[in-house]
Write a protein that binds this ligand. Sequence first.
Ligand code: 48H
Length: 264
Amino acid sequence: MEKRLDDVTISRAITESFFQQFLSCLKADVVIAGAGPSGLICAYYLARAGLKVNVLERQLRVGGGMPGGGMMFNRITVQEEAKPIFEELDISLAVYQEGLYVADALETVSTLCSRTIRAGAMIFNLISVEDVMMQQERVCGVVINWSATVWSKLHVDPLSMAAKVVVDATGHDAEICRIVERKTGPRLRTPSGTVVGEKSMWAQVGEQSLVENTREVFPGLLVCGMAANAVMGAPRMGAIFGGMFLSGRKAAELILSQLKPGEK
Ligand code: 48H
C-alpha cells in the first residue's frame, strides 16, 4: 500500500530542522544585516574561508535591490574590476562595450545565494535586525525579531544573536550604523562622527569611493555596499553593481585579517 505522508511529520521535519540550525547560529563569528549583493558576497568569502556566518534578511526574498535591475529592467551592469568575481561564481556576463558588462539580475541573485549557502553561510529571511548588542564600547551582536512583528507593530520583545563582528549591509538606509549613532552619539569613524548621508547620482565617483568607504566604523561594526557610501557621504551610482561585489569582498578581507578561521 502507498505510504501516506503524515501531516504532522511534515510540520515536525520543518520545525526541527529550522530550530536545530537556528540554535547553532545564536553565536557566530560574523552576523551580516542585509542579504543584498554586498552582504551575500561578504558572507560567501567569509564562509568559504571557514568562518561561521549568519546573514539576516528582513524581506521574504534575498538580493536586495538587485532583482529589480535598473528601473525594473532586470539587467545589471558590471565593470571590468568586478569581472573576476563573476567568473569565480560562474555568473554569465555579456560584453556591452570595452570594460562594461551586462548580467541577468535574476541569474546573479540566484547563483550568488546558492553559492553563499553552499559555502556554509546561514541565511535567515524574514528576520529584522532592530538593535545591536554592545559591551565595553564594542558591538558584539545583534538584536533580532521577526519582520512580521515589526511590520504589524506588535510589542513583542526580541532575541539576541552574538557575533565577534557585525556587518551593516542594509543598503541606502545604513540602518545599523544609524542605530549605533542614535545610541552612542556622534562616535562613528566618519568625517562628522555621524551617518553623513548619501549624495546624488555620480556613478564614476560612487563606484570608486564604495570600496574605499568599506571599513570598520565602530569597534566590532563594519559597513559595506551602499551603506558604506551613505555612512561616509559619497554618491549613489544607479544600476551598476560591480562596486557592491568588490565592497562585500573587501569587508570579508578586513574581517579575515582580524579573525582567523579556526580561532573560534
Ligand atoms: C535585516 C535589512 C535591514 C534590517 C535592510 O539595498 P541592498 O541591495 O544593499 P547593497 O548595498 O548590497 O546593494 C545596493 C544596491 O542594491 C543598490 O541599492 C544600488 C546599487 N543602488 C544604486 C542607486 O543609485 O540607487 O540590500 C540591503 C538588504 C535588503 O534586502 C533589505 O531588505 C535588508 O538589507 N535590510 N535586513 N534587518 N534592519 N535593513
